[in-house]
Ligand binder design. Structure first.
Ligand code: 5GP
Length: 239
């Protein structure tokens, strides 16, 4: 019997407030055979979150036991809580012949990239700092202090953009969904090892619009908007 094909692994990272959850949910509705990896976390459930849906909510001792027993493909501490991706999701995706989508932070993404060098990584950027700040204020009851902390964290996370294969600037939701879908489908097509139809080639070309090399100037303007006034316009690493 032939062994099942290796699943493609897609990593999505973004600073909080950049619209990642909405994009991920829409993507999962629109792309078949793509499984969401439900992470383990020690943070408390928020609002309508349910155990086993958005996350598996566990205690710190339970999480630490899982670390000791080598159950995680990656794990990290984010905003004072543990988050981790269980290895079993990769095995299950493989058995089910499905690809796997990981919504993880930049530390987790770096660990996955080391272990699974052919994973596809996507970084979602807000159009600029002001828009991110407005989105953070609109969506939550967070205090000014928490919002300031999230903006600081966003500034640090964004500096890792060059470690990702694709950059998606989330400006208009419908456009972003179309681009994200093209990136995911495009990667599948590129790895299919066969000639592509015109329609398929168009999908690959649309996804290519998000490759860093193709949107470097726009990304640079966004990064500049996160720098303190007077500090913008500095050199960008060639990454
Ligand atoms: P939140 O608590 O707002 O749902 O998520 C906070 C951050 O943790 C987000 O950046 C999210 O991508 C990240 N995160 C969620 N699950 C994992 C995980 O399994 N591993 C890592 N490294 N980060 C995660």
């Amino acid at each position: 019997m032939s062994s099942p094909a290796k699943p493609l692994v897609y990593i999505i990272s973004a600073p909080s407030g950049s619209g990642k959850s909405t994009l991920v949910n829409e993507l999962l509705k629109k792309v078949s055979d793509l499984e969401f990896s439900i992470s383990y976390t020690t943070r408390a459930p928020r609002g309508s979150e349910k155990d086993g849906r958005q996350y598996y909510f566990v205690s710190r001792p339970e999480f630490e036991k899982m670390i000791r027993e080598g159950e995680f493909l990656e794990h990290a501490e984010v905003f004072g809580n543990y988050y981790g991706t269980a290895r079993r999701f990769l095995r299950e995706a493989e058995q089910n012949g499905r690809d796997l989508l990981l919504d993880i932070d930049v530390q987790g993404a770096a660990q996955i990239q080391q272990k699974l060098s052919d994973a596809t990584s996507i970084f979602i950027l807000p159009p600029d700092r002001k828009t991110l700040e407005e989105r953070l204020r609109k969506r939550s009851e967070d205090s000014d202090e928490v919002i300031a902390r999230r903006l600081d964290a966003a500034t640090r996370e964004i500096e890792n953009y060059h470690r990702y294969n694709y950059i998606l600037i989330n400006d208009q939701l419908e456009d972003s969904i179309r681009l994200l879908r093209a990136v995911v489908r495009g990667e599948r097509l590129l790895r299919a090892g066969r000639a592509l139809s015109d329609e398929e080639a168009k999908t690959v070309a649309l996804g290519d619009c998000c490759r860093l090399a193709n949107i470097r100037d726009r990304v640079k303007r966004i990064l500049d908007s996160f720098k303190p006034a007077g500090d913008a316009g500095g050199g960008e690493s060639s990454g």
